[in-house]
Design a protein around this ligand. Sequence first.
Ligand SMILES: Cc1ncc(COP(=O)(O)O)c(C=O)c1O
Length: 493
Amino acid sequence: MRSQDLDAPLAMHLAQFTRKGRCHNFHAVPWPSVLDAAPCELAQHYRTLLGADLSRIDASWSGSAVDSFFTPHGPLADAQRKTADAFGADATFFGTSGTTTSNQIALESLRYRGADVLMDCTAHQSLLFAAEAMNVVPTPCAGTIENPCVDIEETANLLAQRVSEGRPFDILVLAATGYDGRKLRLDDALPRLVASSPTTALVIDEAWSALHAFIPSLAGSTALAVASRLSLRAPVLVTHSAHKTMAALRQGSYLHVLGSSSDIEKVRLARYRIHTTSPSWPILASLDLARVHAEQFGAGEFTRAVTLRAKLEAALRENPRTADMLASPRQDPYYDMDPLVLRLYVGPRSRAIKDWLLGEHHVLVTIAGDHLVVRLHFGVTDNDLDALINGLSLLASGSGPSALGPRATSPQGFEPAIGSHSCEYIIPYPPGVPLAWPGELWTDRHATALAQERTRGAEIYYLAAGGGTRRTASSDSMALGTVLHPGAEDKPT
Ligand SMILES: Cc1ncc(COP(=O)(O)O)c(C=O)c1O
């Protein structure tokens, strides 16, 4: 049977798509493309284990066959130990269902009935959903509705106020690195926050910056490095989507613990509760390889990628039409941009432009609002860069997409009345960061931001707190669940 005769639509679509050859990927590390840069020996290990031998290692190996996934004593225990050492953690757990699940495990390990959680107002949905059975208060927010960030000073004040009232927060969740390239300056923020409430446990989502631990200029300001310099009286749990910035298979994730043996044991048991009982051994092997790869080549590849970023910026600046795309970074004392990310302003057609770049130029970028987000990571080559620059130049000379792009197919009729409180999470996806939380006052700024997301063709999800996807009329009485809107927590004086 010829492959085109197969009645397997997804498989056939992917076969067709990949026939176009290498995709110029500026979103997350595509592990095969790092092989071009890695020296023969390591590349050979990757090729053998994740290519030719994949069918042999993708099996149900738990227990005595290779190692126990949940209580390892053999090679998996060794691999996790070496990874913890490399990142500066007391323990590291490998995960094979993404940081979505690692975040859930982290919060599960700290959970108890009635726990109070101060949640980063920009947190990824996985953290919000995982915290739902606890009392969640969003951190004070700065920035704009479209571009929010944590108000660190106000958050520190709120933490201190709760300590002085004898009811400190049990957990503080921070979203330290985002899909849009934003990066919380943990070396400045964390000492301030920990000093305000030293008994509060920390969950820090560093989904987009696992690689930074291997870069000399960045290693000292990662969550684990900063936290290990502080005198903490509570555990610190850090999550990394290894697959986003390191040479790991999709869904490969690290969950690191800085804490006592009892804290580590709680994470182990939470992982037992939540993680799939059928872990992927190819993903586990790739997490081990990715650590070796980053140790050997992280620093060198980072320098190379920074040079490519500068080259891209210079090429765009040369042409007055593309120079306009170079966005000036937001000024905030507690936030930086990831040094490997360039954000390009392209206006409300961002999604259509993203689709056009992929369809016409085989270039993959992601978007954040009216910007394209370009990540220069491991494996990006001069050839990839040329393809991107060519696409952007054609765009600037007027040959981009004609329309705004496809409208999303998700239900779109409902939205709260201005001046009412949202009954639900309202989440544009991607990226999965809510535009509004349950209980949040719905303003004309929210309405405008939602309209813009719809125009761009984003999928919009309406989710009641505590689960369910009930569609609520805005006149319904508000079902707050356990989530409080910012105004529900007394402002610190
Ligand atoms: C900040 C943040 N945290 C967590 C996740 C979930 O990571 P994963 O895709 O590995 O499940 C994402 C996904 O993009 C993210 O942007």
